[in-house]
Design a protein. Structure first.
Length: 348
């Protein structure tokens, strides 16, 4: 048992891999998507939202047929991944695409918040329980020679109960550090070594190993939470920015604004200031290209195409056709529909 604890003290080298069925998506994410906020959150030209996450994967699942290596190594990838990664800690890169509600930014915000809730509501209570139980066991074992076998049996049962109360089953967890942490805690609660002798030194070492892993995991949770908070705020900003642009253009296209201009109110009269009005419309078209996420980017591009047709007809002095076809109303309707449909991040 002491050898296992000593091995547990040595930090494992992290190895980063990607599933082969995600390689094409990773290349697309890397080369064809623009940053929304930092390197983890991007959007493509159509407004699809993609974000990357890292997940610890069991080393026995990392095979050359299923994974590609992202970490640098002097060894050939196939031979490296074919070996048992006994001293390594593999992490898998995953590219996630928001698909609910046709990939809307509102669905993206909710997806990120769900990940935050998972970390905060499940992981932190688990780590808090582990560290609290370790402290209790240290107190119990202060006068180790006075601890009875009955007390040790009760301690093991209480540890199992505490783990169950926070949904922490060491047989089901994916993260190796959590599995080891729980197993050390259970083993230490019994107060005995691998040959069933009461051994205070070994038990203290096991508790220290479990505590070290709990501290490391808490730090990891903090880093994960910080990343998802940044992603959420990036999506919230992008949503607010997109809606503000569409609302501004919509107001400009209102019945008392652009459609009421002399050029369109009296299409049969001689034109005046066509260049100025065309410039205003082209500015609106450019504004509508600035949203980068769904559903606002597709709606902005669609409304911009209608305004482009207005500009072309205006330059040809076919103003009557603009009025007859109600092109300003068409563009405004596109913007109104998307703004109204997605007015709430959390639909009732």
């Amino acid at each position: 048992m002491q050898n296992r604890i000593e091995q547990d003290r040595r930090p494992r080298q992290e190895v980063f891999v990607v599933s082969k069925n995600q390689e094409e998506l990773l290349e697309y994410f890397t080369k064809h998507c623009r940053f929304i906020y930092g390197p983890d959150l991007k959007a493509d030209i159509a407004g699809n939202i993609l974000y990357r996450t890292w997940h610890q994967v069991k080393r026995e699942k990392v095979e050359p047929e299923a994974y590609s290596l992202l970490s640098g190594t002097r060894e050939k990838e196939q031979s490296y991944l074919a070996r048992p990664l006994t001293t390594k800690l593999p992490y898998e890169l995953r590219i996630n695409r928001v698909r609910k509600e046709k990939g809307s930014v509102e669905a993206g915000i909710r997806s990120v918040e769900h990940a935050l809730e998972t970390e905060l509501e499940k992981e932190r209570p688990q780590m808090g329980m582990v560290r609290g139980r370790i402290s209790e066991l240290f107190d119990l074992f202060t006068d180790f020679s006075e601890v009875t076998d009955e007390q040790l049996e009760e301690a093991v049962g209480e540890t199992h109960r505490r783990l169950a109360n926070v949904g922490f089953d060491p047989q089901k967890v994916v993260l190796e550090e959590k599995e080891r942490m729980a197993n050390w805690l259970i083993k230490a609660s019994g107060g005995k070594d691998s040959i069933e002798r009461k051994n205070r030194l070994i038990i203290m070492m096991a508790l220290e190993a479990a505590n070290r892993r709990a501290v490391k995991r808490e730090r990891g949770i903090g880093e994960t939470v910080s990343k998802f908070v940044r992603m959420r705020e990036g999506l919230r900003f992008e949503r607010a920015f997109s809606r503000e642009i569409l609302e501004e253009v919509r107001e400009r296209l209102g019945p008392q604004r652009m459609p009421a201009h002399y050029l369109f109110k009296y299409p049969e009269k001689p034109p005046q200031n066509i260049g100025i009005v065309a410039g205003i419309l082209n500015t609106s078209r450019w504004q509508l290209t600035q949203p980068h996420v769904k559903p606002y980017r597709p709606a902005g591009m669609e409304a911009g195409e209608v305004l482009g047709e207005v500009v072309d007809l205006l330059r040809e002095n076919r103003r009557g056709e603009i009025v007859e076809r109600e092109l300003f109303g068409q563009a405004r309707g596109i913007l109104e529909e998307v703004l109204d449909t997605h007015k709430d991040i959390y639909p009732k």
